[in-house]
Design a protein around this ligand. Structure first.
Ligand code: CU
Length: 378
């Protein structure tokens, strides 16, 4: 099957000509706050109230979904997939935490039918969420199995040789890692916080935009309070390579968390590790509906700096967000850059037991969704 070609301006400007955009328009009209929530019709079935209306699924291709199995990763599983590596005690008692990361070229599907020639760490975008504790010794065995030179550049505090910078350390086997070569990055887990890693080979924006990035979490020695933790890497895809993104997402697949809302429990502390890995747009943002969160910029302090419902992040910026949902129901989250929201960067938190959610509480406009059909949720 050929790759569907879509253009960003075409998507936003030519709604009538592109069937998939019907969903985007429905989203923009009702989903992002343009109208009050739909009143539940008599009989208590919001979905039935739409009979005869063609509210399309908020997706790029109604009725179709991404083949997660072919991708080899699933955005719902990525949320809570923390890679702690393997540990062993060194002589002297210090803990060594170790990973192997392989750069591989791989085609992935970022929206239904939209394939993208990605460059990946360990076959997934974003790469594994590497997690360690403050003060541990870390070793990342990097193997470049791609057709292109790459590196792993970690945010953190380390010697120049370990910085993943082309031109620095070549004579010692570091610097730019050519196809077929490997290098072991060794450094200490410091400071605690939410960091990231990415390739640093030029052209830099292109190497990052291809998918070579991931979250890097260093827990404080004393840990953080118990919570339902998840990682959200905000990203985008320049599917026609014109230096502008056509698809925006959290964890790669546009609109995924509308199809499959992020399940959370009422009154439980939710901690989101939010990383902005977007290229070609200087700013991204995160907004949650009907709630507020504490924001810990870069996660380097145990005291939050702001209680808000929207934060803005520049490229490479990140923040830990903490919140509790006091009411059952579906709560949208999306980029407050509306254009991004309409091009995939929109999802829902689903609070409470789905079997007990009434259709009035569950995303009524999205009546084409599998869970939104006759009779509500099952
Ligand atoms: Cu690269």
């Amino acid at each position: 099957m050929g790759n569907r070609r879509i253009s960003r301006r075409g998507l936003l400007g030519a709604a009538a000509a592109v069937p998939a955009v019907a969903g985007l328009n429905a989203l923009a009209r009702g989903g992002l706050g343009g109208e009050a929530a739909l009143a539940e019709p008599a009989g208590g079935n919001a979905a039935a109230g739409h009979a005869g209306h063609e509210f399309a699924h908020a997706t790029f291709a109604p009725g179709r979904s991404v083949d997660h199995r072919a991708n080899g990763f699933h955005p719902t599983e990525l949320l809570r997939d923390f890679d702690w590596g393997k540990t062993r005690r060194l002589a002297g008692g210090r803990l060594l935490r170790e990973w192997t990361i392989v750069a591989q070229d791989k085609e992935i599907e970022v929206a239904p039918g939209v394939k993208y020639e990605a460059w990946t760490y360990n076959g997934r975008v974003p790469g594994p969420t590497l997690r360690a504790r403050e003060g541990e010794k870390l070793r990342v065995n990097f193997v470049n199995s791609s057709d292109h030179p790459h590196t792993m550049h970690f945010h953190g505090i380390h010697p120049a040789l370990m910085d993943g910078m082309p031109g620095i350390g070549e004579r010692r086997g570091g610097g730019q890692i050519e196809p077929g070569e490997s290098f072991a990055y060794e450094f200490e887990a410091t400071p605690f916080g939410l960091h990231l890693y990415h390739c640093h080979v030029a052209p830099l924006a292109a190497h990052i935009a291809r998918g070579l990035y991931g979250a890097f979490i260093v827990d404080p020695k004393q840990g953080r309070p118990e919570a339902d933790e998840m990682v959200m890497v905000m990203n985008g895809f320049d599917t026609d390579f014109d230096l502008g993104n056509e698809i925006y997402a959290v964890n790669t697949v546009g609109f995924h968390y509308i199809d499959d809302p992020v399940r959370v429990s009422r009154d439980e502390l939710v901690r989101i590790y939010l990383v902005n890995a977007l290229e070609y747009d200087p700013l991204n943002s995160f907004h949650v509906h009907a709630n507020f969160f504490q924001s810990y910029p870069t996660g380097t302090s145990l005291q939050p700096s702001e209680y808000t419902d929207t934060i803005v992040q520049g490229q490479g910026q990140r923040s830990i967000l903490e919140m509790k949902f006091p009411f059952d129901g579906d709560y949208m989250f999306h980029a407050h850059v509306s254009e991004f929201a309409e091009l995939g960067w929109t999802g829902f938190f689903r609070v409470g037991d789905p079997a007990k959610l009434s259709s009035a509480e569950a995303a009524a406009l999205y009546c084409k969704l599998p869970w939104g059909g006759a009779g509500g949720l099952s």
